[in-house]
Design a protein around this ligand. Sequence first.
Ligand code: FES
Length: 82
Amino acid sequence: MDCQDSNPPDEVMCHCSGTTRIEIQRLFEQGLVSMEAISRRTGAISGCGGCEWDIAEMLNQLADQQQEVSSPQPGQNGMPNP
Ligand code: FES
C-alpha cells in the first residue's frame, strides 16, 4: 500500500511567501475564499506569480468539497443505511 499523501498539508504552495497548503485551507475555512484575500493575508501570489494556478485549483477544489458537504445529493447524506 502506498502511504504517501500526494497533497501533504505542509506542502509549500507559494515558494515566494512560504505559504503552505494547510495555511490556505485554514484561511479558506475562516472565510477567505478568494485569491485576493489569500494573497493579502499570506503574501502568496504577490511575488513571481508562479503559484497562481495551483492555488486557484486548490481553492476550486475546496469550494467543490464545501458545496458537496452543504448540499448532499438525495440518498447521499453520509448516514449509514439502516
Ligand atoms: S511562488 Fe507564489 S508568488 Fe512566487
